[in-house]
Design a protein around this ligand. Structure first.
Ligand code: F6P
Length: 366
């Protein structure tokens, strides 16, 4: 029987454990409808722009068992924003152009009835702009940073916290053996969620997050309390966006064509600040980096991602476009793309979680 309807799925921005589980959730749910076919664009909208386009059919054999795999079978990029598409110029510079009209026209000409865009806040802003231009689109939130207020949780976050906690546990034993201060830097951009959860789960003495600028002297005092006759150990978790009071964060430009500011390296900055402020203990730094985004998603993230996928396709069936799926109050619902991108979610320094951490004696350097 001739299939009548087609949905296009894509993954954009940084990858995140659980993306494949969303793709499989969409495909499996769609297979229950006799007249729908699911396709995937390779490397987000770049796969649509390319001539010939790179769009694959998400058949049963393509999606079978992929929910346990990290990464995304559809590949991803943060250099393909159709609103500011990077065009390399003959002199090596990059000019950005708005290609949204061309994109909407092309997707419609290819016969797609709907698009499901799996991505973070940047991707959902793109979804919103495309929806405003008449593209029937649904958003699915993803980020290990967990920094979207429209959803209580994003998939990938739990897996990242588990990876960070496992690494932290390993650093504790070596810190103890050598009487060292260990600094472990985790991801999260401007949100301290990964650091805060890891600090509580791992039992850190110090947790430094972007939302609470730190006073280096207070951290040195906390370290000294743990040392007697040169013996003791301290484990610190620092979020890549953390900064001292009146200080700045270590950041570099992203690669050519990327809109990203690249964070990373605050562990080394903190190590130097500690030495300059009189910390006499030996210090070692670990920057965890992309290992936090790799590998198989946790069971929780597989479940959340799968539920997002199923719900996203059901929104397509109901033609409830311009919405992003969300996890709120223990259930899956959806919000408008406008609401989805309005507010980031940051750690509140008066929240119960920060209070609990302080209750345990974790110092935030404030
Ligand atoms: O937003 C997810 C994230 O992993 C951040 O925590 C991190 O700062 C950034 O992406 C890294 O991006 P890239 O993969 O481009 O280096």
């Amino acid at each position: 029987m001739e299939k009548k309807h087609k949905v296009l799925v894509l993954t954009g921005g940084g990858d995140c454990p659980g993306l494949n589980a969303v793709i499989r959730g969409i495909a499996k749910r769609a297979r229950k409808e006799k007249d729908w076919e699911v396709f995937g664009a390779i490397e987000a909208f770049n796969g649509v722009f390319r001539e010939p386009n790179e769009i694959i059919k998400l058949t049963r054999s393509v999606t079978a068992g992929i929910h346990v795999r990290g990464g995304t079978i559809l590949k991803t990029t943060n250099k393909g924003n159709p609103l500011k598409f990077p065009m390399p110029q003959p002199d090596g510079s990059i000019k950005t152009v708005d290609r949204t009209n061309e994109l909407v026209k092309k997707i419609k000409a290819l016969g797609f009835d709907a698009v499901i865009n799996i991505g973070g806040d940047g991707s959902q802003r793109i979804s919103q702009a495309l929806f405003a231009k008449g593209l029937p689109i649904i958003g699915v939130p993803k980020t290990i940073d967990n920094d979207l207020s429209a959803t209580d949780m994003t998939f990938g976050f739990q897996t990242a916290v588990q990876i960070a906690t496992d690494s932290f546990d390993k650093l504790v034993t070596t810190a103890e053996s050598h009487h060292r201060v260990m600094i472990m830097e985790v991801m999260g951009r401007d949100a301290g969620w990964i650091a805060l959860h890891t600090a509580i789960a791992g039992g850190a003495e110090v947790c430094l997050i972007p939302e609470i600028p730190y006073d280096i002297n207070k951290i040195v005092r906390r370290i000294n309390l743990r040392y007697k006759n040169g013996r003791g150990f301290v484990n610190i978790v620092i979020s890549e966006g953390a900064k001292p009071k009146d200080g700045t964060v270590t950041a570099g430009a992203g690669e050519k064509g990327s809109e990203h500011v690249r964070l990373g390296g605050v562990a080394y900055q903190l190590s130097k600040q500690l030495k300059d402020a009189g910390c006499v203990a030996e210090i070692r730094e670990t920057v965890l980096g992309h290992v936090q985004r790799g590998g198989s998603p946790s069971a929780f993230d597989r479940v959340l991602a799968t539920m997002f996928g199923v719900h996203a396709f059901e929104l397509v069936l109901k033609k409830e476009y311009g919405r992003m799926v969300a996890y709120k109050n223990n259930g899956i619902s959806s919000v408008t793309l406008e609401e989805a991108t309005r507010e980031p979610s940051f750690v509140d320094k008066n929240s119960s979680m920060v209070k609990a951490a302080k209750g345990l004696g974790i110092s935030f350097g404030d």
